[in-house]
Design a protein around this ligand. Structure first.
Ligand code: ADP
Length: 165
């Protein structure tokens, strides 16, 4: 059984993430989509980990071989604990490359049995990130073609609830 891990912040999940998740699920027997608990690149998270998981559940619930999970600590240790043979990362642009290259090399040093594979973004989503989604939603602009329809209201509602605080 070939198991892959697709890690990320997913704050919130975008159509770019979903594209990578779907394509990965067609190649591997089992895919863990795993939310990094202590991540978010130093910034503040919009959604809590359970909320991010609920949004992911709504949009990946129909993909039979996808399991949702969360983790903290070293990704490579987590991947090993799941018996994964591969970590899949999406690559959007050259800007993603340098950091991911470094992470892949250190992970390979820590555990050479687990490979990192890069999946090229779908051209339609090469500009898309969770930060861009939050920025667009903050100004009440349309999230069409950025996130799945069924989670759009959650994003606007969350941002509005924060404004009221
Ligand atoms: P973001 O940068 O959007 O906050 P995450 O940290 O949640 O993303 O990213 C999780 C994984 O998904 C990373 O491997 C990232 O490169 C990938 N990813 C994010 N957005 C896209 C996209 N639009 N196309 C391809 N891969 C993506």
């Amino acid at each position: 059984m070939k198991i892959a891990v697709v890690p990320g912040s997913f704050d919130p999940v975008t159509l770019g993430h979903l594209d990578i998740i779907k394509r990965t699920s067609q190649i591997f027997d089992l895919v863990y989509v795993s939310i990094l608990k202590n991540g978010n690149k130093g910034g503040h998270a919009l959604f809590t980990v359970p909320e991010r998981m609920e949004l992911l559940q709504r949009v990946t619930g129909d993909i039979k071989n996808v399991r949702l999970d969360s983790f903290d600590g070293l990704l490579i240790n987590y991947a090993k604990s799941k018996n994964a043979c591969v970590i899949v990362k999406g690559l959007r642009a050259v800007t993603d490359f340098e950091y991911e290259f470094q992470m892949a090399l250190i992970n390979n040093k820590l555990d050479p049995e687990i490979e990192t594979m890069f999946m090229m973004t779908n051209g339609k989503y090469s500009y898309l990130s969770s930060s861009i989604v939050k920025e667009v939603a903050r100004y009440n602009a349309s999230l069409n073609d950025l996130v799945p329809d069924e989670i759009m209201p959650d994003i606007y509602n969350k941002l509005n609830s924060i404004k009221e605080d």
